[in-house]
Design a protein around this ligand. Structure first.
Ligand code: CA
Length: 400
Protein backbone atom coordinates (compact mmCIF):
# COMPACT_ATOMS: atom_id res chain seq x y z
CA UNK A 1 0.00 0.00 0.00
CA UNK A 2 1.37 3.38 -0.97
CA UNK A 3 1.52 5.98 1.74
CA UNK A 4 1.47 9.48 0.29
CA UNK A 5 2.24 11.90 3.12
CA UNK A 6 1.76 15.61 3.68
CA UNK A 7 5.52 16.05 3.25
CA UNK A 8 5.54 14.37 -0.17
CA UNK A 9 2.97 16.18 -2.38
CA UNK A 10 3.94 14.66 -5.75
CA UNK A 11 2.38 15.94 -8.97
CA UNK A 12 0.48 14.00 -11.62
CA UNK A 13 -2.31 14.06 -14.19
CA UNK A 14 -5.73 12.49 -13.69
CA UNK A 15 -9.16 12.29 -15.28
CA UNK A 16 -12.54 10.90 -14.31
CA UNK A 17 -14.40 8.84 -16.91
CA UNK A 18 -14.24 10.84 -20.13
CA UNK A 19 -13.53 14.15 -18.42
CA UNK A 20 -10.69 16.50 -19.28
CA UNK A 21 -7.30 15.84 -17.79
CA UNK A 22 -6.29 17.90 -14.76
CA UNK A 23 -3.32 18.29 -12.48
CA UNK A 24 -3.38 16.48 -9.18
CA UNK A 25 -1.51 15.55 -6.09
CA UNK A 26 -2.27 12.66 -3.77
CA UNK A 27 -2.49 12.38 -0.02
CA UNK A 28 -3.04 8.97 1.59
CA UNK A 29 -5.52 7.37 -0.81
CA UNK A 30 -7.15 10.64 -1.93
CA UNK A 31 -6.36 12.26 -5.26
CA UNK A 32 -6.51 16.06 -4.96
CA UNK A 33 -7.89 18.03 -7.92
CA UNK A 34 -5.69 21.12 -8.36
CA UNK A 35 -8.00 22.72 -10.91
CA UNK A 36 -10.85 22.56 -8.38
CA UNK A 37 -8.58 24.25 -5.83
CA UNK A 38 -7.64 26.90 -8.41
CA UNK A 39 -11.35 27.55 -9.05
CA UNK A 40 -11.91 28.03 -5.31
CA UNK A 41 -9.17 30.68 -5.52
CA UNK A 42 -6.53 28.94 -3.42
CA UNK A 43 -3.74 29.90 -5.82
CA UNK A 44 -4.98 33.41 -6.76
CA UNK A 45 -2.25 35.25 -4.85
CA UNK A 46 0.40 33.13 -6.60
CA UNK A 47 -0.60 34.69 -9.94
CA UNK A 48 -0.93 31.40 -11.81
CA UNK A 49 -3.46 31.07 -14.63
CA UNK A 50 -6.15 28.57 -13.68
CA UNK A 51 -5.86 26.87 -17.08
CA UNK A 52 -2.38 25.63 -16.12
CA UNK A 53 -4.18 23.18 -13.82
CA UNK A 54 -6.55 21.89 -16.53
CA UNK A 55 -3.98 20.32 -18.76
CA UNK A 56 -2.96 17.07 -20.42
CA UNK A 57 0.55 17.28 -18.95
CA UNK A 58 2.59 18.90 -16.18
CA UNK A 59 4.87 20.74 -18.63
CA UNK A 60 3.11 24.14 -18.44
CA UNK A 61 3.07 23.92 -14.65
CA UNK A 62 6.76 22.98 -14.51
CA UNK A 63 7.60 25.88 -16.84
CA UNK A 64 6.30 28.33 -14.17
CA UNK A 65 9.62 27.71 -12.44
CA UNK A 66 10.60 26.35 -9.04
CA UNK A 67 9.61 29.46 -7.11
CA UNK A 68 5.98 29.04 -8.16
CA UNK A 69 5.78 25.25 -8.19
CA UNK A 70 7.33 25.10 -4.72
CA UNK A 71 4.85 27.73 -3.56
CA UNK A 72 2.01 25.53 -4.87
CA UNK A 73 3.47 22.53 -3.02
CA UNK A 74 3.65 24.52 0.23
CA UNK A 75 0.13 25.84 -0.29
CA UNK A 76 -1.14 22.28 -0.82
CA UNK A 77 0.54 21.24 2.43
CA UNK A 78 -1.30 24.04 4.25
CA UNK A 79 -4.66 23.20 2.68
CA UNK A 80 -4.34 19.46 3.26
CA UNK A 81 -3.11 19.87 6.84
CA UNK A 82 -6.42 21.54 7.66
CA UNK A 83 -8.86 18.68 8.05
CA UNK A 84 -11.68 21.11 8.81
CA UNK A 85 -11.44 22.63 5.32
CA UNK A 86 -15.03 23.16 4.17
CA UNK A 87 -14.22 22.48 0.53
CA UNK A 88 -12.46 19.18 1.27
CA UNK A 89 -15.03 16.85 -0.34
CA UNK A 90 -15.13 19.05 -3.46
CA UNK A 91 -11.47 18.63 -4.36
CA UNK A 92 -10.62 15.09 -3.22
CA UNK A 93 -11.50 11.85 -4.99
CA UNK A 94 -10.66 8.32 -3.89
CA UNK A 95 -7.77 7.06 -6.03
CA UNK A 96 -9.79 4.02 -7.18
CA UNK A 97 -12.19 6.34 -9.02
CA UNK A 98 -9.67 8.15 -11.22
CA UNK A 99 -7.51 7.37 -14.22
CA UNK A 100 -3.89 8.42 -13.94
CA UNK A 101 -1.98 9.43 -17.06
CA UNK A 102 1.57 9.97 -18.25
CA UNK A 103 2.58 13.02 -16.17
CA UNK A 104 4.74 14.85 -18.71
CA UNK A 105 4.87 15.33 -22.46
CA UNK A 106 8.24 13.81 -23.15
CA UNK A 107 10.16 15.46 -25.96
CA UNK A 108 13.34 13.47 -25.56
CA UNK A 109 14.36 10.45 -23.56
CA UNK A 110 17.91 9.50 -22.63
CA UNK A 111 18.88 6.33 -20.80
CA UNK A 112 22.11 6.23 -18.81
CA UNK A 113 24.11 3.24 -17.62
CA UNK A 114 25.30 4.55 -14.28
CA UNK A 115 25.38 1.64 -11.83
CA UNK A 116 28.85 0.12 -11.70
CA UNK A 117 27.56 -3.26 -10.57
CA UNK A 118 25.05 -3.43 -13.44
CA UNK A 119 27.63 -2.42 -16.05
CA UNK A 120 30.08 -4.96 -14.60
CA UNK A 121 27.50 -7.77 -14.56
CA UNK A 122 26.36 -7.12 -18.13
CA UNK A 123 29.98 -6.76 -19.33
CA UNK A 124 30.87 -10.13 -17.80
CA UNK A 125 27.96 -11.80 -19.58
CA UNK A 126 28.09 -10.05 -22.95
CA UNK A 127 31.91 -9.95 -23.22
CA UNK A 128 33.13 -12.97 -21.21
CA UNK A 129 36.61 -12.78 -22.72
CA UNK A 130 37.21 -9.05 -22.21
CA UNK A 131 37.30 -6.59 -19.32
CA UNK A 132 33.84 -6.28 -17.74
CA UNK A 133 33.98 -2.47 -17.75
CA UNK A 134 35.07 -0.79 -20.98
CA UNK A 135 37.91 1.77 -20.61
CA UNK A 136 35.55 4.75 -20.98
CA UNK A 137 33.09 3.72 -18.27
CA UNK A 138 34.72 5.48 -15.29
CA UNK A 139 35.33 8.65 -17.32
CA UNK A 140 31.97 9.09 -19.05
CA UNK A 141 28.41 8.72 -17.69
CA UNK A 142 27.59 6.42 -20.62
CA UNK A 143 24.13 6.77 -22.13
CA UNK A 144 22.13 6.54 -25.35
CA UNK A 145 19.16 8.37 -26.82
CA UNK A 146 16.03 6.29 -26.44
CA UNK A 147 12.53 6.55 -27.83
CA UNK A 148 9.99 8.89 -26.16
CA UNK A 149 6.89 7.76 -28.11
CA UNK A 150 6.80 4.32 -26.49
CA UNK A 151 6.96 5.47 -22.85
CA UNK A 152 3.63 4.72 -21.13
CA UNK A 153 2.24 5.14 -17.66
CA UNK A 154 1.76 2.41 -15.05
CA UNK A 155 -1.20 0.17 -15.88
CA UNK A 156 -0.60 0.23 -19.63
CA UNK A 157 0.42 -3.22 -20.85
CA UNK A 158 2.26 -4.22 -24.02
CA UNK A 159 2.64 -7.14 -26.40
CA UNK A 160 5.79 -9.22 -26.40
CA UNK A 161 7.99 -7.75 -29.13
CA UNK A 162 9.27 -9.64 -32.16
CA UNK A 163 12.60 -9.37 -33.87
CA UNK A 164 15.83 -11.00 -34.99
CA UNK A 165 17.01 -13.53 -32.42
CA UNK A 166 19.14 -16.64 -31.96
CA UNK A 167 22.07 -15.33 -33.98
CA UNK A 168 25.66 -16.23 -33.23
CA UNK A 169 28.85 -15.24 -35.02
CA UNK A 170 28.44 -18.40 -37.10
CA UNK A 171 24.67 -18.69 -37.60
CA UNK A 172 22.23 -16.17 -39.05
CA UNK A 173 19.28 -14.92 -37.00
CA UNK A 174 15.73 -16.25 -37.02
CA UNK A 175 12.59 -14.13 -36.68
CA UNK A 176 10.29 -14.66 -33.72
CA UNK A 177 8.90 -13.14 -30.54
CA UNK A 178 11.62 -12.48 -27.99
CA UNK A 179 12.37 -15.41 -25.71
CA UNK A 180 14.36 -13.26 -23.31
CA UNK A 181 12.00 -10.50 -22.21
CA UNK A 182 13.47 -8.60 -19.28
CA UNK A 183 13.01 -5.61 -17.03
CA UNK A 184 15.38 -2.87 -15.91
CA UNK A 185 14.81 -1.27 -12.51
CA UNK A 186 15.46 2.44 -13.00
CA UNK A 187 14.54 5.91 -11.80
CA UNK A 188 13.60 8.70 -14.24
CA UNK A 189 14.72 12.29 -13.79
CA UNK A 190 12.17 14.80 -15.12
CA UNK A 191 13.87 17.91 -16.48
CA UNK A 192 12.37 21.12 -15.09
CA UNK A 193 14.25 23.88 -16.89
CA UNK A 194 15.66 24.21 -20.42
CA UNK A 195 19.18 25.25 -21.39
CA UNK A 196 19.90 27.07 -24.64
CA UNK A 197 21.52 25.24 -27.51
CA UNK A 198 25.26 25.71 -27.17
CA UNK A 199 25.17 26.25 -23.39
CA UNK A 200 26.55 23.64 -21.01
CA UNK A 201 25.06 23.10 -17.56
CA UNK A 202 27.53 23.41 -14.67
CA UNK A 203 27.63 20.18 -12.67
CA UNK A 204 27.24 22.16 -9.43
CA UNK A 205 24.09 23.86 -10.74
CA UNK A 206 22.68 20.82 -12.52
CA UNK A 207 20.11 19.96 -9.84
CA UNK A 208 18.40 23.31 -10.54
CA UNK A 209 17.35 21.67 -13.83
CA UNK A 210 15.60 18.76 -12.08
CA UNK A 211 11.87 19.01 -11.42
CA UNK A 212 11.55 15.57 -9.88
CA UNK A 213 11.68 11.82 -10.27
CA UNK A 214 9.52 8.81 -11.08
CA UNK A 215 10.02 5.06 -11.11
CA UNK A 216 10.96 3.68 -14.51
CA UNK A 217 11.01 0.23 -16.12
CA UNK A 218 13.19 0.01 -19.22
CA UNK A 219 11.77 -3.15 -20.79
CA UNK A 220 14.44 -5.05 -22.72
CA UNK A 221 14.59 -7.97 -25.16
CA UNK A 222 17.97 -9.54 -24.44
CA UNK A 223 18.13 -11.83 -27.47
CA UNK A 224 17.40 -8.92 -29.82
CA UNK A 225 19.87 -6.74 -27.88
CA UNK A 226 22.74 -9.20 -28.09
CA UNK A 227 22.60 -9.31 -31.89
CA UNK A 228 22.01 -5.60 -32.61
CA UNK A 229 23.95 -3.65 -29.97
CA UNK A 230 27.35 -3.56 -31.68
CA UNK A 231 28.39 -1.05 -32.98
CA UNK A 232 25.73 1.59 -32.20
CA UNK A 233 24.06 0.39 -29.00
CA UNK A 234 20.46 -0.40 -28.05
CA UNK A 235 17.72 0.00 -30.66
CA UNK A 236 14.79 -2.43 -31.15
CA UNK A 237 15.72 -4.29 -27.95
CA UNK A 238 14.54 -1.23 -26.04
CA UNK A 239 12.21 0.97 -28.09
CA UNK A 240 9.14 -1.30 -28.03
CA UNK A 241 7.98 -0.12 -24.57
CA UNK A 242 9.04 1.64 -21.37
CA UNK A 243 6.91 2.21 -18.27
CA UNK A 244 6.86 5.01 -15.72
CA UNK A 245 4.98 5.69 -12.50
CA UNK A 246 2.27 8.40 -12.57
CA UNK A 247 3.41 10.60 -9.66
CA UNK A 248 6.41 12.92 -10.05
CA UNK A 249 8.10 13.29 -6.66
CA UNK A 250 9.81 16.66 -6.46
CA UNK A 251 13.50 17.14 -5.78
CA UNK A 252 12.44 19.23 -2.76
CA UNK A 253 10.51 16.32 -1.23
CA UNK A 254 13.70 14.25 -1.39
CA UNK A 255 15.95 16.86 0.29
CA UNK A 256 15.87 15.04 3.68
CA UNK A 257 17.05 11.85 2.00
CA UNK A 258 20.38 12.99 0.57
CA UNK A 259 23.35 10.71 1.16
CA UNK A 260 27.01 11.10 0.23
CA UNK A 261 28.07 9.45 -3.03
CA UNK A 262 31.27 7.41 -3.22
CA UNK A 263 34.58 9.05 -4.11
CA UNK A 264 35.35 8.36 -7.75
CA UNK A 265 38.58 6.71 -8.80
CA UNK A 266 40.08 7.57 -11.26
CA UNK A 267 39.48 11.28 -10.85
CA UNK A 268 36.97 12.63 -13.38
CA UNK A 269 37.55 15.56 -15.73
CA UNK A 270 36.90 19.00 -14.19
CA UNK A 271 33.47 19.46 -15.82
CA UNK A 272 32.23 16.36 -13.94
CA UNK A 273 33.82 17.24 -10.61
CA UNK A 274 31.24 18.11 -7.95
CA UNK A 275 31.73 20.25 -4.86
CA UNK A 276 29.35 17.91 -3.06
CA UNK A 277 28.59 14.47 -4.45
CA UNK A 278 25.19 13.25 -3.34
CA UNK A 279 22.63 10.60 -4.14
CA UNK A 280 19.10 10.13 -2.83
CA UNK A 281 18.37 7.24 -0.47
CA UNK A 282 15.29 5.75 -2.15
CA UNK A 283 14.51 2.10 -1.46
CA UNK A 284 13.42 0.20 -4.54
CA UNK A 285 11.86 -3.18 -5.07
CA UNK A 286 10.75 -5.32 -7.97
CA UNK A 287 7.77 -7.64 -7.56
CA UNK A 288 6.91 -10.41 -10.01
CA UNK A 289 3.29 -11.53 -10.08
CA UNK A 290 2.23 -14.60 -12.05
CA UNK A 291 -1.40 -14.89 -13.21
CA UNK A 292 -3.72 -15.72 -10.28
CA UNK A 293 -0.86 -15.56 -7.76
CA UNK A 294 0.46 -13.32 -5.06
CA UNK A 295 3.35 -11.07 -6.02
CA UNK A 296 6.86 -12.15 -5.04
CA UNK A 297 9.67 -9.71 -4.38
CA UNK A 298 12.60 -10.60 -6.67
CA UNK A 299 14.89 -7.61 -6.08
CA UNK A 300 15.61 -5.01 -3.39
CA UNK A 301 17.85 -2.11 -4.45
CA UNK A 302 18.34 1.61 -3.82
CA UNK A 303 18.64 4.75 -5.98
CA UNK A 304 21.94 5.45 -4.22
CA UNK A 305 23.56 2.42 -5.91
CA UNK A 306 24.94 4.66 -8.66
CA UNK A 307 28.49 5.53 -9.64
CA UNK A 308 27.42 8.69 -11.50
CA UNK A 309 25.08 11.21 -9.89
CA UNK A 310 22.08 12.80 -11.59
CA UNK A 311 24.02 16.09 -11.61
CA UNK A 312 26.91 14.47 -13.48
CA UNK A 313 24.50 12.91 -15.99
CA UNK A 314 23.03 16.35 -16.75
CA UNK A 315 26.43 18.06 -16.92
CA UNK A 316 27.74 15.40 -19.29
CA UNK A 317 24.60 15.42 -21.44
CA UNK A 318 24.99 19.15 -22.08
CA UNK A 319 28.79 19.57 -22.07
CA UNK A 320 28.76 19.62 -25.88
CA UNK A 321 25.97 22.24 -25.95
CA UNK A 322 23.05 19.82 -26.31
CA UNK A 323 19.83 21.53 -25.19
CA UNK A 324 17.43 19.95 -22.70
CA UNK A 325 13.74 20.78 -22.58
CA UNK A 326 11.10 20.75 -19.87
CA UNK A 327 9.62 17.27 -19.60
CA UNK A 328 12.66 15.47 -20.99
CA UNK A 329 13.25 12.16 -19.27
CA UNK A 330 16.66 10.92 -18.23
CA UNK A 331 16.57 7.39 -16.91
CA UNK A 332 19.26 6.37 -14.48
CA UNK A 333 20.21 3.05 -16.01
CA UNK A 334 19.54 -0.23 -14.22
CA UNK A 335 20.16 0.23 -10.51
CA UNK A 336 21.96 -2.88 -9.24
CA UNK A 337 23.55 -3.10 -5.80
CA UNK A 338 26.50 -5.26 -4.88
CA UNK A 339 24.59 -8.30 -3.59
CA UNK A 340 22.85 -10.72 -5.99
CA UNK A 341 19.41 -10.00 -4.46
CA UNK A 342 19.83 -6.33 -5.40
CA UNK A 343 20.43 -6.89 -9.13
CA UNK A 344 17.92 -4.80 -11.13
CA UNK A 345 17.26 -7.09 -14.12
CA UNK A 346 16.42 -10.75 -14.70
CA UNK A 347 19.52 -10.96 -16.89
CA UNK A 348 21.58 -10.40 -13.74
CA UNK A 349 19.25 -12.10 -11.21
CA UNK A 350 19.33 -15.35 -13.24
CA UNK A 351 22.85 -14.73 -14.55
CA UNK A 352 21.97 -14.86 -18.22
CA UNK A 353 19.21 -17.42 -17.68
CA UNK A 354 21.56 -19.98 -16.10
CA UNK A 355 20.10 -19.76 -12.57
CA UNK A 356 16.30 -19.70 -12.71
CA UNK A 357 14.38 -18.01 -9.90
CA UNK A 358 12.15 -20.47 -8.02
CA UNK A 359 8.86 -18.95 -6.87
CA UNK A 360 6.91 -20.03 -3.75
CA UNK A 361 4.46 -22.14 -5.80
CA UNK A 362 7.37 -24.11 -7.26
CA UNK A 363 7.29 -22.51 -10.70
CA UNK A 364 10.49 -21.00 -12.09
CA UNK A 365 11.42 -18.02 -14.22
CA UNK A 366 14.47 -17.03 -16.15
CA UNK A 367 12.90 -14.38 -18.38
CA UNK A 368 9.25 -13.28 -18.40
CA UNK A 369 6.30 -15.31 -19.68
CA UNK A 370 3.07 -13.95 -21.15
CA UNK A 371 0.67 -12.93 -18.38
CA UNK A 372 3.45 -12.05 -15.93
CA UNK A 373 3.10 -8.70 -14.18
CA UNK A 374 6.04 -6.63 -12.95
CA UNK A 375 5.63 -3.98 -10.27
CA UNK A 376 8.39 -1.59 -9.27
CA UNK A 377 7.84 0.22 -5.99
CA UNK A 378 9.92 2.90 -4.32
CA UNK A 379 9.96 4.95 -1.13
CA UNK A 380 12.27 6.99 1.06
CA UNK A 381 11.88 6.79 4.83
CA UNK A 382 13.82 8.40 7.66
CA UNK A 383 13.02 9.70 11.16
CA UNK A 384 9.29 9.23 10.67
CA UNK A 385 9.30 11.08 7.35
CA UNK A 386 8.16 9.14 4.30
CA UNK A 387 8.16 9.86 0.60
CA UNK A 388 6.38 7.24 -1.49
CA UNK A 389 6.76 6.95 -5.25
CA UNK A 390 3.82 4.58 -5.60
CA UNK A 391 4.37 1.94 -8.23
CA UNK A 392 4.76 1.20 -11.90
CA UNK A 393 2.85 -1.94 -12.85
CA UNK A 394 2.86 -3.59 -16.25
CA UNK A 395 1.68 -6.95 -17.61
CA UNK A 396 3.25 -8.82 -20.50
CA UNK A 397 0.69 -9.66 -23.20
CA UNK A 398 1.25 -12.33 -25.87
CA UNK A 399 2.97 -11.31 -29.12
CA UNK A 400 0.62 -9.90 -31.74
CA1 CA B 1 18.31 0.85 -19.29
Amino acid sequence: MSNFTLHNIPFGIFSIKNGKKRLATIINDQVVDLYALAEFGYFDDLKIKKTVFKNDYLNDFISLGKEKTNAVRRRLQEILADDKNIHHSSFTIHHSKVNLHLPVKIGDYTDFYSSEQHATNVGMMFRPNGDALLPNWKHIPVGYHGRASSIFVSGQNFHRPKGQINATDATPPTFSATKRLDIELEMATIIGQPNLIGDSIDVNKAEEYVFGFTLFNDWSARDIQRWEYVPLGPFLAKNFFSSMSPWVVTLEALEPFRVAAEVQDPEVLPYLKEEKRQHFDVQLEVILQLPNSEGVKICTSNFKNMYWTVAQQIAHHTVNGCNLNIGDVMASGTISGKTPDSFGSLLELTWGGKNPITLPDGSTRTFLEDGDTIMIKGFAEKNGLRVDFGEVRTMVLPAK
